[in-house]
Design a protein around this ligand. Structure first.
Ligand code: EPZ
Length: 420
């Protein structure tokens, strides 16, 4: 078993380079299945979710080769399989993007229901409604979604909520629908724009990505091409919050500052000094953090994927703060473990309240999901004494070499193997 061991209270100092965006990479890789050629995808983060998706692509006949650790050459010209292995599908929620890619290109897809972080029910009804609007029939048998279509026809699709996954999945399938498809009430996250830009690079005709209305003009096929994935806004935010909670001075480099606006505003409100340039942000923590109110929302609002990390920081503020989770119904499961480190957070429905002034002290804790793990690391970095974190595999799904990156900023953090 692997554990992360942190001896806390070292202020983080220095600069780190941010890796490619997990939630863009896990959409672009399945989308490459829709290409009929060779794609070169650069700036892929070296994380478990990418490895799992590459294995899934190879299981369907794609030829994948890493030219270097973050550049993948994938040839999907010879893909025959339309069926995804159940084990491979369960490893990540993003496996559902194979539905849109296989349905679009082959009009035939057998994809098991996805895995992913346990944040509540996480249905995929909007995805399936979108595929049906494009002309597909969809049945679920033994946990497998079976999609078939004679052909796909453009449609006007309105999403009940701006679902990231449904927006991207329907967009991929609609690339091959005859005529024009519009997706109304579409999600606007940066990784949606990134996936649309990748698809356009290989021959798609997508406009409006990043706005609430995306228009896709159908094309008969896609070719190959080269594409570079955007930097990860959630990895960026995690390090910004870690700098703030340790009273450090950290510059995150190779990023898109605009993507961080909602967090930058909150850190400034809490008293941190934030400066930014073309592709970097510097965070100088404040000796006394001011309390504030945070509400998660769809982009460009405060991202739900930074909610656990932000809740940890708010515990250290000098006064009462609230954080309201508006996206997922169960995204406070991490609080039990965080309390073992000294957090005082009370959940009332969708809101968590802390009186602040929490003193974190080291303890043994276990990560329950990816961002919960990030919150425990952040708490351990500012805790007095030693923190031992289990469930490291959750962190490895979405954070590339995180203990190396934190160590390069002065953190006393190591990864150890233990029998229990
Ligand atoms: C994506 O999940 C991300 N995952 C999540 O990141 C992220 O938290 C989420 O978007 C919101 O930004 C990937 O990109 C792989 P949604 P997704 O569809 O697509 C409901 C991380 O930590 N909904 O935008 O599953 C759903 O239950 C992960 O990196 C339906 O009801 O999120 C949720 O309440 C965690 N029916 C809300 O919409 C549907 O068909 C938003 O979900 C789809 C969604």
């Amino acid at each position: 078993m692997e554990y992360i061991v942190i001896n806390g209270q070292n202020p983080l100092k220095g600069s780190i380079s941010i890796s490619g965006a997990k939630n863009a990479a896990v959409a672009i890789l399945p989308a490459a299945i829709a290409s009929g050629g060779v794609c070169v995808i650069d700036n892929l983060p070296q994380i478990e979710d990418v490895c799992n998706l590459v294995a899934a692509m190879e299981s369907m006949g794609a030829k994948c080769k890493f030219e270097n650790p973050d550049t993948l050459v994938v040839d999907t010209s010879k893909i025959t399989g339309h069926t995804l292995d159940d084990k491979l599908a369960k490893n990540t929620r993003a496996s559902y993007y194979f539905m849109g890619a296989l349905l679009g290109r082959f009009k035939y897809a057998d994809v098991p229901l996805p895995g992913g972080c346990d944040l509540g029910s996480r249905p995929i009804d909007y995805h399936l409604k979108g595929f049906a609007a494009l002309g597909a029939t969809c049945i679920q048998e033994h946990g497998v979604v079976k999609l078939r279509a004679e052909k796909l026809r453009g449609a006007n699709i309105y999403l009940d909520c701006p679902s990231v996954g449904a927006t991207i999945n329907i967009m991929i399938a609609a690339v091959f629908a005859e005529g024009t498809t519009t997706i109304e009430n579409a999600a606007k996250e940066p990784h949606i724009v990134d996936t649309a830009n990748f698809l356009n690079k290989i021959g798609a005709k997508i406009g409006g990505a990043g706005t609430g209305t995306i228009r896709i003009v159908g094309v008969p096929a896609l070719g190959g091409g080269e594409y570079t994935v955007i930097p990860d806004p959630i990895e960026t935010g995690t390090y910004m919050i870690a700098a703030a909670i340790t009273g450090g001075d950290v510059t995150v480099e190779n990023i898109i500052p605009k993507h961080m606006d909602s967090l930058t505003a909150k850190l400034r409100e809490m008293g941190c000094t934030i400066s930014e340039g073309g592709d970097w942000i510097r965070v100088q923590g404040a000796s006394a953090l001011r309390p504030c109110e945070v509400k998660t929302a769809y982009y460009p609002g405060f991202p739900t994927d930074l909610q656990p990390q932000m809740a940890t920081l708010l515990c250290r503020a000098q006064g009462t703060s609230t954080i309201t989770e508006n996206i997922f119904e169960h995204r406070y499961r991490y609080i039990g473990e965080l309390k073992r480190l000294g957090a005082q957070l009370k959940v009332e429905g969708r809101m968590a309240v802390t009186k602040g002034f929490c003193e974190f002290t080291g303890a043994r804790v276990i990560a329950s999901d990816l961002r919960a793990g990030a919150a425990l690391v952040i708490a351990g970095l500012c805790a007095k004494g030693q923190t031992v974190i289990g469930g490291v595999s959750h962190l490895d799904r979405g954070y590339e070499r995180f203990e190396e990156k934190f160590r390069s900023l002065g953190a006393d953090i190591t990864r150890i193997q233990r029998d229990s």
